[in-house]
Design a protein around this ligand. Sequence first.
Ligand code: GLN
Length: 397
Amino acid sequence: MTHGTIGHPVYRDMPTTIFEHMSARARETGAINLGQGFPEGPGPRVVLEAAADALLTRSSQYPPMAGLPELREAVAAHYARHQGLDLTAPEVIVTSGATEAIAATLLALVQPGDEVLMLAPLYDAYLPLVERAGGVARVVRLTPPDWRIDRTMLEAAVSPRTRFLLMNNPVNPTGAVMRADELALIAEVCVTHDLIAICDEVWEHVTFDGVAHRPLMALPGMRDRTVKIGSAGKIFSVTGWKVGWMCAAPPIATLLARAHQFLTFTTPPNLQWAVAQGLGFADDWFVEQRAGYQASRDRLARGLRAAGYHVLPGGATWFLSIDLPASGIALNDMDFCERIITEAGVAAIPVSAFYPHDPVTHLVRLCFCKSDAVLDEAVARLAAFRQGAVAMPGEGR
Ligand code: GLN
């Protein structure tokens, strides 16, 4: 090798994502996979049929770079109807998934040395994307059980070089929905310090207990300084489609489109047609999806509690977390996840994977968007595991 060390430092020592790692382990071992978040079935029939129909009857050639006009219109109309936003179609750029939208946004906007404020636990893609874009992460560490955000911690993390806030609401992995006062505080900090907010709202439709999603973009002063990111994969339970979008006021949207055009350029047109159609479904459809996931959340929580696990409250997303010490289990989250995959045949995600430093190590995330039979079997296996683990405290520590 004559080129010295190869690879960008951001990637050199990076492990494969925890989601990929756990799914691969689940495939190898045949474990029930409650790790990586994806629904068990193929997706709703009506959505799949729309995509199949578009594949056969519409073009499969390059759609416009910023997305099919019909989908851009549909996203704007959907957010007007469901969230009271006044976005126009030119403010919507279609991407190949929300992860591409986050990458395009950071590549388009971050200049070397710009600081990006983030809240941990944070989705694992955020930090490497920020750093690869030349940004410097400023991470505010939130802790269970209520993951509360307060003014002092936000203000302490902001410096004159801070230009962006990158956040997720509702939050993966905690299942928390940010409260109105927390959002107001975030908006106020963004306005005061002239920050652009990059708001990953992929879980916007997966909220429970009658709580409606509040987009950060709707808060005072935020309309023109927010990039709102969404995902059809989450809204329509088709995570492999990788159809997402980013919405922002025209001067920002223009830059985002420039970054997107040299990342993926376009997104499969039949999937765009299907998503455009789906976004126009009647309200009942979205209510029903939500009710189904809420029932699954409740079933998993009930089963785990009956088995002696301490389950943290979760008001959104496809995930619940269990607290190991409060469940009488003397293992950290990584060891617990390794043990249950081999000994109980259940894969899960350690919450420490969502912290770039000073991780919270006593929580484990479980994905509940599975059939009742699979959830019940996973609970039975975890119940048996807990009986053994509690009987032998300290073992494996
Ligand atoms: N969003 C998914 C999760 O949190 C993971 C997606 C991925 O594997 N990249 O489980």
